[in-house]
Design a protein around this ligand. Sequence first.
Ligand SMILES: [Zn+2]
Length: 394
Amino acid sequence: MTKKLYFDAPLETEFTAEVIEIQRDERGFGVILSETLFYPTGGGQSHDTGTIGSARVVDVIIEDEIIIHILDKEIEVGNYPAKIDWDRRFANMQHHSGQHIFSAVFWKELGLETISSHISGETPTTIDFNKEMLSDKEITLVEKAANKLVFENRAMKAYFVENKDSVPFRRPPKVDGKIRVIEIEAYDYSACGGTHCPRTGMVGMLKIVRTERINQKTRIHFVAGWQALAYFDETQKAAQESAQFLAIGIDALKKTVENQHVQLKSAQSELKKLREMKLEIEAQKMAQLAEAVGEKWLATALFENRNAGELRLLAMKLRAYPGMVAVLASFDGSKLSLVTACADDTDINANDFLQKHLLPLEGRGGGDKSIAQGGGVSDEDSLKDLFTKTKSYL
Ligand SMILES: [Zn+2]
């Protein structure tokens, strides 16, 4: 059994590591110490990193109360100066303590039980609660209650008890025997083996940044302490830069964005109407210039790089003219796009016409008797007689 120094000294970072055993397996080179400050992954909190001698501690695992430190290189049995990475540990401590605080206030204020949690100092920490939805009002309520506990700077005590019935646990532990209690002074009691801040003030600001519904639960994502500052900084910068871009103050940002969104929607709808009108006029002109071929009229046009959707719309408009057969093409330098459309009173099937006569070699296309489109690889030379051929097929 490895003695867990982090239980009583969560703020200590340096100690002398006495390597008493070495273990090599698929997880790498591991060492077992007589006692350690390194926290092993468990209870929703991830492990510490740091150094033992000149080796980096890359993972810390606990098995049957024995803590195994996985190193990036081999060392021998003996004594070494050891140090844990404080920034990572402290971020984990702030979030772990924050989890206790949130779990406590969700229970006290809303009667919601914590189902599970995932503690991370790098990405928002998550807690799942047994309710499908949380209102904005509920979120505000628990955020205030949680930060109140922080500002009151209550002690977060860690101690062992022999009898679990002697403690008013929020969720009584399932195991018997010696139990480690984490107490938010006179407010909340839970069984936990993690590392916590000794006072709630050390946790810093607590902020829920997102909630999501997962089956019958709600998952909250929250940030604490340094990560809360980083989140505030990032959010403020985004708001500030957006406001600067619009040459307004941050306080006018929401209203301005809403207004601009409405204006954009209206401009887009206006633009759509104008494009439609433009196509209408274009179709009218093309119909006037259409060539008489027997009983039919043939309208052709070759565009450079014209959008296929627009080509299709134009062809649709052209086929409204009696006797009209329209063949519209667009060439982008290597690929030819084609649309054929035939008025209802012609005996030509647009799809057959396209497939049999017009598509380039190995080109593909499809459609029905009214309109068809397709294309394929082509070159300038084959484009030259495209419409001459078209006319001869009619
Ligand atoms: Zn804990």
